[in-house]
Write a protein that binds this ligand. Structure first.
Ligand SMILES: *[C@@H]1O[C@H](CO)[C@@H](O)[C@H](O)[C@H]1NC(C)=O
Ligand SMILES: *[C@@H]1O[C@H](CO)[C@@H](O)[C@H](O)[C@H]1NC(C)=O
Ligand SMILES: *[C@@H]1O[C@H](CO)[C@@H](O)[C@H](O)[C@H]1NC(C)=O
Ligand SMILES: *[C@@H]1O[C@H](CO)[C@@H](O)[C@H](O)[C@H]1NC(C)=O
Ligand SMILES: *[C@@H]1O[C@H](CO)[C@@H](O)[C@H](O)[C@H]1NC(C)=O
Ligand SMILES: *[C@@H]1O[C@H](CO)[C@@H](O)[C@H](O)[C@H]1NC(C)=O
Length: 613
């Protein structure tokens, strides 16, 4: 094309000008169009390019924010109404202590899942030393980081400054940055002077054309800008979703621990807040700050049992000479550029030990038995206890039982799968990841077939016309050829109305398994990517099939800032329901999948953990 144009332009200069002219017109038209189109602020995806940040399944839903007051849903909390209007993250005393039940430190509150901290402000204890870090990235990355930080706090005998959980649309994502930048972004995530945005719903604003936009006053522009961003992020205490008190106290007895893990609520991620709340005179002297200049700057080496490179002479440092206490910074292989020895960190005398990023599952080694025990304890012990999500999941499970009976399924229960298809590697790898899931499902069907062979025969004898029994497949063949699984007699066609779950499943063979797929695919029932899958596994359900559960979650707002929690809730509900499956298969390298495999599935299937890989 270019070569052809080139040779033409030599002989025909007028035609070249003509091409340029057309091109110019094209760009002008594009530009004008771009000006006319309003930026649509809400929900597209919840993932970001930042590593494998996930809350991806929320994106499948095509919808906008609705205006629903939170007064009539039971999943907010008893958050004081007067507080609501003055909520301001820079005023740590805005939570009226009198409205909270006492004591909070180690007591669960399963019924209410408060949006306020369960660890109320307190003065630091005499001689208390702290551990801090800068949270960033998506939900699961923050969870992984929290686990690392809790383990480090135990290992260093320090109180963890517990940050909030940051939830956002990807336009407001906090990805890893050098500490000065990340700190600035954190301090910009405040609600100072924008309370009026609480009740302004950007999604209900009508689109404006260029003329209308030009007619806006400066003030109107400012309001539009501020309130749009206002609703794209929120924070909650970790206790809103997880039973943190349990994990703090139950550590006693694990790996020889004799005291609970100590935390101190840090709702505001700024240096000023540390000064004001930890009784620190001079941060320079009383805080050691790891100013990480790259994303994976340091690996924390577990040298508690083996000596990994402490130089002679460093072993007995002088009490007043802190320079020898600066941790080892040796080059490492792999993604981390430096190594910090745990024993060095243990010797740091400063009141606050402040890290930048602590993200990555392998950030803090677990070589010793003690560290391995602690690590396992922390990753298994983080129980999801958000009542709304648990209830919504239960509703869906009940519905699945009804459907399973109605459609006369051979096997009881359902299989959980997770398919991630958005962003980078997942987008490219989607067909392959889907194929892997289908192969796995084929294997599961084969197992069911042998497990339920007598039931199948009985059923066939009782009603030969009802349940077709396919020929048994040789093991190897069945495993690599998922197409051997009997397909639905109702294929999907793009031009007809999309058949519902029941329509498809009811007429499929009894051995076709009930499947719940957690996915970020938009409108999965009519998505071309999933056509073959749905033809082959017609009893596949998606979150959109559970309207009651969805209705339960859609009206929940964070009463602190009035931001709608729905996008974050459905993503977790999706994961939670998939984890209820009798077996689970996910997407390689997705932290959403890792979350299900490491946290949720073991929580729901303790009996099967030994045989599950
Ligand atoms: C979202 O839904 C509306 C109607 O409910 C439809 O007009 C629109 O095309 C949908 N958008 C996408 C991206 O599916
Ligand atoms: C929300 O509640 C306020 C007062 O409680 C009321 O004025 C407003 O109309 C309500 N909005 C909706 C959409 O129900
Ligand atoms: C809230 O709880 C009360 C009882 O505690 C119940 O009667 C009511 O139906 C619940 N409302 C919702 C929206 O679930
Ligand atoms: C850990 O810290 C607590 C409180 O700061 C202190 O009482 C205790 O002696 C420390 N334990 C060890 C083993 O240093
Ligand atoms: C609050 O955030 C805004 C930007 O969102 C920023 O300009 C302002 O400085 C922040 N306020 C404080 C006290 O950090
Ligand atoms: C961290 O390093 C940057 C330069 O990369 C510097 O500007 C900043 O002041 C340092 N911050 C702290 C807290 O030491």
């Amino acid at each position: 094309m270019t070569a052809k144009q080139g040779s033409q332009s030599k002989s025909e200069p007028r035609s070249r000008n003509w091409t340029l002219f057309i091109g110019l017109i094209f760009f002008v038209v594009l530009f004008v169009l771009a000006l006319q189109v309003e930026w649509v602020p809400y929900l597209n995806t919840y993932s970001s390019k930042d590593d494998t940040v996930v809350l991806d399944s929320a994106s499948r839903h095509n919808r906008t924010i609705s205006t629903i007051n939170n007064s009539d849903n039971n999943y907010s909390n008893d958050f004081n109404n007067n507080d609501r209007t003055t909520a301001n993250t820079h005023n740590p005393s805005h939570h009226d202590t009198a409205t909270r039940p006492e004591p909070l430190q180690l007591e669960g509150n399963k019924e209410h899942n408060p949006f306020i901290t369960m660890f109320p402000p307190r003065p630091p204890a005499e001689g208390e030393r702290f551990l801090a870090y800068l949270p960033h990235s998506g939900f699961h990355n923050q969870l992984i980081t929290l686990e690392t930080a809790l383990r480090l706090a135990v290992s260093l005998n320090r109180t963890l400054l517990l940050p909030p959980l940051y939830l956002s649309h990807k336009k407001q994502a906090l990805v890893w940055k050098e500490p000065p930048i990340l700190l600035k972004q954190w301090s910009d995530r405040n609600r100072t002077g924008v309370d009026y945005c609480r009740t302004i719903e950007p999604a209900t604003w009508p689109r404006k054309n260029r003329k209308q936009r030009e007619a806006m006053t400066e003030q109107e522009r400012l309001i539009e800008h501020q309130c749009r961003f206002y609703h794209l992020w929120t924070t909650t205490p970790w206790t809103y979703f997880y039973d943190i008190p349990k994990i703090l106290s139950d550590v006693v007895g694990v790996a020889g621990e004799t005291t609970p893990i100590r935390v101190f609520s840090r709702p505001v991620i700024t240096m000023e807040w540390l000064k004001d709340n930890l009784q620190v005179q001079d941060l320079q002297k009383e805080m050691y700050f790891f100013n990480d200049t790259s994303r994976y700057e340091y690996l924390i080496v577990d040298d508690s049992e083996t000596d990994y490179g402490v130089k002679p002479g460093d072993e007995k440092p002088q009490e007043d000479d802190h320079s020898t206490l600066i941790p080892e910074t040796m080059a490492t292989e792999g993604k981390f550029s430096k190594r910090l020895l745990l024993t060095d960190l243990q010797r740091r005398p400063e009141k606050i030990l402040h890290f930048g990023s602590l993200f990555a599952t392998d950030r803090f080694e677990a070589r010793s038995q003690r560290q391995r025990d602690l690590k396992r304890y922390l990753s298994k012990g983080m129980d999801l206890w958000n009542q709304a999500i648990l209830d919504a999941t239960q509703m869906a499970e009940d519905q699945i039982k009804v459907w399973s009976k109605e459609t006369n399924r051979l096997a009881s229960g359902f299989l959980g799968v997770h398919l991630r298809t958005e962003d980078g590697i997942f987008e490219k790898g989607a067909p392959m990841n889907l194929q892997r899931i289908m192969v796995w499902l084929g294997e599961m069907v084969k197992q069911d077939r042998s497990r339920y062979s007598s039931k199948l025969r009985l059923r066939q004898r009782a009603d030969p016309g009802l349940v077709p029994v396919p020929q048994a497949q040789p093991a190897a063949e069945a495993a690599v050829q998922p197409s051997q699984v009997p397909a639905s007699p109702i294929p999907t066609t793009s031009d007809e109305a999309v058949p519902t779950f029941l329509e498809r499943c009811q007429s499929s063979p009894a051995e076709s398994p009930m499947i719940f797929m957690a996915t970020d695919v938009h409108q999965p029932r009519s998505a071309p990517l999933l056509k073959e899958f749905l033809d082959q596994f017609p009893c596949t359900m998606f979150l959109s099939d559970f309207q009651e559960s969805d209705a339960l979650l859609e009206s929940i707002r964070n009463p602190v800032d009035n931001v709608l929690m729905w996008p974050y809730m459905v993503a977790l509900m999706d994961a939670n329901l998939a984890a209820k499956g009798r077996a689970f298969q996910g997407t390689d390298r997705s932290t959403f999948t890792a979350y299900i495999i490491n946290h949720l599935w073991p929580e729901y299937h303790p009996e099967a953990m030994s045989e599950y890989k």
